[in-house]
Ligand binder design. Structure first.
Ligand code: ADP
Length: 473
């Protein structure tokens, strides 16, 4: 289903949505391409004429109504996420809360878009900066957080007074449809938010080449992000890019080892490791490496793998066969390079042989020449490296291309502060494996991205700062 100019649209083209836990088709949805994307952009452009002029209070009211409705539909939304993405239902329920959190935060912020007065250099001048919505935005979102990645973009866009066209991941369009059902139910004016599902490249090309689109906001792979940046350059669009990561997780000998072990269960195994801020490389001080590895392997072996709709499941499937093959090949490569599997290590099948599961895995004796050391894993595999000195680990932790998230465990405050400065990443968790909150800026350095999402920083991305100089004589 597409949602253009306030109406649900069916087309002749179809896309099957599959449950990664069972391999079964859950639903078939209508898709559109260039024509529908163009239409959606035109509709967003017309809607911007009035939406951009509404008051913050008016926009806030709509967003708060969506918050209320989504709270009432939490169960239905969470089940949809689990069905199309595979993550366990409690994690999906947390994602719904997070998604609502963005709508709520920006419903509040919509009323607080201030301007500034700047001291003039002449007595007869008055200088101001006013903030105005950027205009029509195009958003492309991934499948790993099929709901919250959508509201993290749409909520600040609408709060700022922008209108939007969204293309969700073709693997997980059902959560997006649910969000748009909420927009429809609260009577969001036609054209303010539009949904296009269909062939990624065709839709992306229209979004990047259409001069009426003033901003592209994207979360996904660095490869696609780079293409979108290149393609947006002809019409000089504003861009926000949340791209890949390769997070190091450093455990010093003075760390609380149990806390560091538990942190991995969150940072590595939630969402089956399919999060851009997931830990990819665990660096443990040589002197505590055996203790850490033993404790981690024991805990990881107890994680329950299975269909996310079932009670007690900790780890669901990965998203599809391609993802499963990638994880498998990284583990095989690690073993070839003398990695020692101390938990998991294999493809896993449910009783009926269905689904794309990989056992939560811990690999000891990881080394810098393994694929897993540089390639993003996006799977439930935790490689453990050892190090001797702080200086050495900083150098190894900083990645030549990626700079999204890094974690560090230490009880020494001086060391914590030194790491805060030395780690070249946009998000640093010190003794904190889950740093993301709605009010803080989320975004990467280097090839991990451009721009921030979350908090006031996220709203600024959808606002132009217009400088006005008034001669007052
Ligand atoms: P992943 O490898 O995690 O699936 P992608 O970057 O391929 O990450 O996908 C993230 C989003 O980008 C999805 O919505 C996907 O459909 C979309 N996408 C993929 N290729 C293109 C493209 N060439 N142009 C625009 N969007 C794309």
């Amino acid at each position: 289903m597409l949602y253009i100019n306030g109406e649900w649209r069916d087309t002749g083209n179809k896309l099957d949505v599959t449950n990664p836990a069972t391999g079964e088709i859950i639903r078939t949805v209508a898709t559109g391409g260039k024509t529908e994307t163009k239409e959606a952009i035109e509709s967003a452009k017309r809607a911007f004429e009035f939406w951009g002029k509404t008051t913050g209070n008016e926009r806030s009211n709509y967003l708060f109504q969506v918050v209320q409705l989504m709270k009432e539909k939490t169960k239905e939304l969470a089940e949809t996420i689990t069905l199309e993405n595979g993550k366990p239902l409690p994690d999906a329920t947390r994602e719904v809360a997070g998604a609502i959190g963005y709508l709520e935060w920006y419903a509040e912020e919509a009323k607080r878009i201030y301007g500034e007065t700047i001291p003039a250099s002449a007595a007869d001048k008055h200088l101001m900066v006013i903030r105005e919505p950027v205009g029509v935005c195009a958003a492309i979102t991934p499948w790993n957080f099929p709901l919250s990645m959508i509201t993290r973009k749409i909520a600040p866009a609408l709060a700022a007074g922008c209108t939007i066209v969204l293309k969700p991941a073709d693997l997980t369009p059902l959560s997006a449809i649910k969000v748009f059902e909420c927009f429809h139910e609260v009577g969001l004016p036609a054209g303010v938010a539009n949904l296009v599902i269909g062939p990624a490249e065709e839709i992306g090309n229209e979004m990047t080449s259409n001069p009426d689109v003033r901003k592209i906001t994207f979360t996904g792979s660095t490869r696609v992000g780079k293409k979108l940046i290149r393609d947006s350059s002809d019409t000089v669009k504003k861009i926000s890019m949340e791209l890949g990561g390769h997070a190091p997780y450093i455990v010093f000998e003075d760390a609380d080892i149990d806390a560091a072990v538990n942190g991995i269960l969150v940072s590595k195994f939630i969402n089956s490791g399919q999060t851009c801020i997931s830990t990819n490389r665990i660096y443990v001080a040589e002197t505590v490496a055996d203790e850490f590895s033993g404790k981690l392997a024991e805990k990881v072996s107890k994680l329950v793998i299975g269909n996310g709709l079932e009670d007690g499941v900790n780890v669901g499937p990965v998203i599809n066969k391609v993802a499963l093959e990638k994880v498998k090949s990284q583990v095989e490569d690690a073993v070839k390079h003398d990695g020692k599997v101390i938990a998991g290590g294999n493809v896993f099948t449910l009783n009926n042989g269905s689904g794309y599961f990989f056992e939560p895995t811990v690999i000891q004796n990881a080394s810098d020449n393994m694929k897993i050391t540089t390639e993003e894993t996006f799977g439930p595999v935790a490689p453990i490296y050892t190090f001797k000195t702080e200086e050495e680990v900083v150098e190894r932790a900083n990645h030549p291309e990626y700079g999204l998230a890094a974690y560090c465990y230490t009880r020494d405050i001086g060391r914590g502060l030194r790491m805060m400065r030395a780690l070249e990443f946009g998000i640093v968790g010190i003794n904190d494996p889950a740093p993301v909150v709605v009010q803080a800026p989320f975004g990467g350095m280097k090839e991990s991205g451009i721009g921030k999402e979350g908090g006031w920083y996220g709203l600024e991305e959808y606002l132009e700062k217009k400088f006005v100089s008034i001669f007052i004589k």
